[in-house]
Design a protein around this ligand. Sequence first.
Ligand code: PGA
Ligand code: ZN
Length: 419
Amino acid sequence: MRITALTAIEILDSRGHPTVQTTLTDDAGRVFVAGVPAGASTGSREALELRDGDPDRYAGLGVTRAVAAVNTEIADLLTTGDWADLAALDDAVCALDGTPTKARFGANAIVGVSMAAARAFAADAGVSLHRYLTPTGVTPRLPVPHFNVLNGGAHAHNPLEFQEFMIAPLGAPSYPEALRWGAEVYAALRARLSQAGLATGLGDEGGFAPDIADPHQACTLLVEAITDTGLTPGTAGVAIALDPAANGFFHHGTYRVSGRDLTPAAMVDYYVDLAGAFPIWSLEDGCAEGDETGWALLTERLGHRLQLVGDDIFVTDPATIAAAADVGTANAALIKVNQIGTVTETLTALDVCRQRRYAAMVSHRSGETPDTFIADLTVGSGCGQLKSGAPSRGERVAKYNRLTEIAATEPDLPFGLPE
Ligand code: PGA
Ligand code: ZN
């Protein structure tokens, strides 16, 4: 594959913050564009997102340095010669950056190049992006969408410490039905909130952000909305998935939830009770990064009956996921392309999950663009799970609608969790 031009510009993400958009042109004149996402509740070991730090522009959040890195050094590198495959291209860019955290160019510069290049390699091979991203021996699948319908934590200005309350239509017979179920439960939830006199304004990921603090109240609302829709709460119908994102409410060894201070052991007890009271099937970042005692206890108490997803503790890093599998921390990994910084490393992280029998869930970030790369990545990986926010807001539904397109063009693709 030959690249004739590579450029980047500074655009806005869904939160109104600057981010990078990358455009790659190949020698056949085809143009490939990628939009870079950005998180708000980040793990401390994520690849470095380069921000200008200039207080006179976007309160320091500008990305002109990352944009300049693409337009100069990375473009000079990639517009010379032939590229055999994506791994070679990604490796070369990382080598030129020369830092372990992609700090010189910024992971936000590197990941956009990697995503655009993946699209170019797919076109060069004459296959769709999800087929290009399917490893040998893996069956592509349409995923169970995990709709984040109640937002708290760093994604909303309400008193709810838990960040994400998701609904997962695990019992749906197909992707289009799962999408419809999710949208209908979302509508029922809006009606419930209105009836209760609660606000229906949206958080960063498109879920409602009512003025509630208690996770029990949030889960009750979800169960009511599922039932109102005529669906069954639980894995046979629509289950609940939580991402408390515990880093956000863990301070000096103590979790602060709904007005109570909890030790790590008490926090785990809290989850055991919650999982007993509600049809919860998946729990992400139930404990904070650094709380090894909590994570060990959480895995021991709930690992046999819940999917326990590591996000901030794993940061999509293949070596970290492998090390966690050695000691048995969690049983699933969240996969975010910009957390590690290249598509190649993301594919390696997914491969580690398959080898170690860890489940994997591909994820958007709270700051997004209309880019739908992660929809294709999810299908290609065969991991069977995607979280892309609520069935609302353009940047969120873009991913769900891309899955609808894939389902329409390839109706024989399997749907749901892999066996
Ligand atoms: P972020 O949150 O994109 O704001 O980091 C998403 C998550 O914690 O899963
Ligand atoms: Zn998370």
